[in-house]
Design a protein around this ligand. Sequence first.
Ligand code: GDD
Ligand code: MG
Length: 384
Amino acid sequence: MKAVVLAGGEGIRLRPLTSNLPKPMIPILNRPFLERLLLRLKEHGVGEVALALSYLPEVVKSRFGDGDGLGVRLFYPQEERPLGTAGAVKNWAIHLNDAFFVFNGDIFTDLDLGQVLRFHREKQAKATIVLTQVEDPTAYGVVEMDPSGRVKRFVEKPPADQANSRWVNAGTYVLEPEVLEHIPAGKHSMFERGLFPLLVEMGVPVYGYPSRAYWMDLGTPRNYLQVHRDLLLGGASFIGGSNLVGQRSMVRPDGEMVQEGVWVGAGCRIAPDVRLKPPVALGPRCVVESGAQVLGPLVMGAECIVGAGAVVDGALLWDRVQVGPKATLTRCIVAGGVVVGAGVTVGPGCVLADGVVVEEGNHLGDGVVLWPGKHLEAGSLTRA
Ligand code: GDD
Ligand code: MG
């Protein structure tokens, strides 16, 4: 089975985390999201994947190459300028001669692809759109169906008064190659505003597959943090019922579980008086110094250093982050190589992009965002 992964968006809402890293490469429990997606596809029998990239493609190509290391054959269709979701698939159409999957490259889910494919075949659909239920559908593609599951209406990001269903496009499709004939070649075109409404209007059998699998669009810092909380806490409660991620062991942190809910990578040095509150996952070769507190749900990448007496609480740290003595980081996202000085506080919702340096004595209140390479001199931001 073949698949196309749409991974060309610029990840604007995740900036500045995506200033130098394409969205599909952001780490989920210390491994690129795309790596986790490709391994999942392999498990479900997908052997050939076209990665439709247009933003920072070299970062992905240099990491995954022809896919040999993952056991999936990877291809990189050329997209000179963004062709849109449908245009990007049309661009690969000559290689698609059987039913195939399409994935939005920013959805974290444990959806059972085999079941979706069976549903598609049973219904003799030309297109099957996987659906998930959300509280506020206005940020998504809203899908209305008849009782048999046939799609009657597809409206992308409707105003609230026109959102007549809470079932939305979950960003996974099974398509028959013939539907691609209705996408204009070489032009920007979207499934959501183009092909899907058109197929429905033409009376082509398009079906919705309502899924209650775990589902999260990684496209915002809030959701990105939430996925980690859900994975680490093992219980994701969301609309449509409770779905215990932990029981299904969707994704486990790497490293050795040294106590219940504490995963530690190889070569870490943790002072004996450090307080570790589960669930926490530390990448390899981290150093946590005396008197520090590491409070979960928390993830730390490789080679992070947490200074003496520092408190890191509910945060997401990428690789090589240095937290100075007595600094306090709370429910924030800190990208690779950031240096946080002694006594600095970083509040909830802050995002520090790669290479940021915050010298000692700064206090970053809620939601402060620092762009790549920003250097805050000592004491520039004091408490309000
Ligand atoms: N190759 C390529 N070229 N990929 C693209 C392009 C393009 O021009 N434009 C967008 N993509 C990719 C993005 O990288 C992302 O993985 C996916 O297509 C969807 O784009 P988003 O920008 O993330 O769209 P969205 O989140 O606002 O809405 C989409 O996803 C929702 C579910 O999260 C739509 O498909 C909605 O209908 C859906 O509900
Ligand atoms: Mg998205």
